[in-house]
Design a protein around this ligand. Structure first.
Ligand SMILES: N[C@@H](CCC(=O)N[C@@H](CS)C(=O)NCC(=O)O)C(=O)O
Length: 214
């Protein structure tokens, strides 16, 4: 049984597991309350950040690396184009751009907007992070004008990676998506596996509902 520690970017992992039909359990991690006393979680990830997984002897952090591990270990799966397929380069690029370009930068904008003291909310670093997010988003904008999914005609793990980042930006980063990006997110988040992942990730579900109503 695969254990997923924490929601947040762990939603990507849960969504992937649902797409692949693999059994798992979600072990909540409460970052707001603090993980200092969560010895079990800290033994899995001494860095204290989420997500992490335990799969037998395997322990891992980093959501994109975890997704790559799961697809390699339990695939093959259409969620991961093979290197010889024409869609592979775009798949690789957007799989990583979803975290390294988009989520990693908007995460600090979200922190500044929602958790920083009033005087720090629009500080220089938050502005720079938003500019980085917006510049990387241009690659997504161009791609969704060309094809329904980021790697072409079929849904892949790159779409899980990027959809998570776009929804984070929209819900908590003050980002307004363009029509084509919004249509893309509606398409990817309309998948049955996304709905099942939401049902597993109750904190994410509550947060999404609250942000939709605000
Ligand atoms: N690149 C990492 C980012 C992990 C990350 O920053 N997670 C956030 C929540 S989604 C977190 O745990 N923040 C608290 C911390 O970094 O201490 C990934 O994709 O898993």
């Amino acid at each position: 049984m695969i254990t997923v520690f924490g929601e947040g970017r762990g939603f990507r992992v849960v969504w992937l597991l649902e797409e692949m039909g693999l059994p798992y359990r979600l072990r909540p991690v409460d970052l707001i309350a603090g993980v200092e006393d969560d010895a079990e979680f800290l033994s899995i990830n001494p860095g204290g950040f989420i997500p992490a997984i335990q799969d037998g002897e395997v322990v891992m952090a980093e959501s994109i690396a975890i997704m790559e591990y799961l697809m390699a270990r339990y695939g093959p799966t259409p969620l991961a184009p093979a290197p010889h397929e024409p869609d592979f380069p775009a798949y690789q690029q957007f799989l990583h751009l979803g975290e390294a370009g988009l989520a990693a930068s908007i995460y600090f904008v979200v922190g500044a907007r929602n958790f920083a003291p009033e005087t720090e909310r629009h500080n220089w670093s938050a502005g720079q992070a938003l500019e980085v997010f917006e510049s990387r988003l241009r690659l997504v904008t161009r791609q969704v004008a060309r094809s329904p999914y980021l790697a072409g005609e079929r849904f892949t793990a790159a779409d899980i990676s990027v959809t998570y980042a776009l929804e984070l930006a929209q819900r908590a980063g003050g980002v307004v998506l363009g029509d084509a990006e919004q249509a893309y997110v509606t398409r990817t988040s309309g998948r049955p596996a996304y709905a099942r992942a939401m049902d597993t990730c109750q904190a994410t579900k509550a947060w999404a509902a609250a942000s939709a109503g605000s």
